[in-house]
Design a protein around this ligand. Structure first.
Ligand code: ADP
Length: 190
């Protein structure tokens, strides 16, 4: 199975690139942000629970996120591969993902990290906020908190995969198609 983690700070372009990757490689997309927003729009209990964290740009507790991903993996048990987008966001989530995939006897083959400077991220998120309807994209303080949470809690996940020799960094600034070609070059080595 082709299991990939697409990594990067908020606004790095993970969603955009995921769409292109799933189409080319026929993968199942697991975006925890998208899943939470779906729960929110459907008014589920999980959505209500997640909302207070999301609106402030804080992380939803690990056990909630891991349970949701576990369910999603089990729902797609005939899939030929998964792309994880916005997950794992903490080392505890990365460890849990390894355990979940061990049950299926199929590992993560690699993490691809999109590298984008902080100033560019803030500009992109504020721009997205004009049309996305996402409250967490519309306020510079919330955006700054998300970047801070990323640096404090999520960046160590890159070291986790680096320690397993599964980490590749790619420049996330430039043409979408050019970034995509660079991602494919990495995936084709898996
Ligand atoms: P972005 O990467 O643009 O910040 P996402 O759509 O990935 O946005 O996530 C939006 C929000 O959903 C996060 O700020 C967080 O509150 C919550 N969230 C998404 N994925 C996770 C995760 N793996 N762990 C904890 N919280 C998460």
């Amino acid at each position: 199975m082709l299991n990939i983690v697409l990594f990067g700070p908020p606004g790095a372009g993970k969603g955009t690139q995921s769409e292109k990757i799933i189409e080319k490689y026929n993968l199942t997309h697991i975006s925890t942000g998208d899943l939470f927003r779906k729960h929110l729009s459907e008014g589920t209990e999980l959505g209500r629970l997640a909302q207070k964290y999301m609106d402030e740009g804080n992380l939803v507790p690990d056990d909630v996120v891991i349970g949701m991903v576990d369910e999603k993996i089990k729902e797609n048990n005939t899939s030929t591969g998964f792309i994880f987008d916005g997950f794992p966001r903490t080392v505890a989530q990365a460890e849990a993902l390894d355990r979940l995939l061990e049950e299926k006897k199929t590992p993560i083959l690699g993490m691809i990290a999109l590298d984008v400077p902080e100033d560019e991220l803030k500009t992109r998120l504020l721009e997205r906020g004009k049309t996305s309807g996402r409250v967490d994209d519309q306020d510079i303080q919330k955006i700054e908190n998300r970047v801070k949470v990323y640096l404090d809690e999520t960046l160590p996940v890159a070291n986790y995969y680096n320690g397993q020799e599964k980490f590749t960094k790619i420049n996330g600034v430039g043409q979408i198609s050019e970034i995509f070609d660079n991602i494919c070059e990495v995936i084709n080595t898996y």
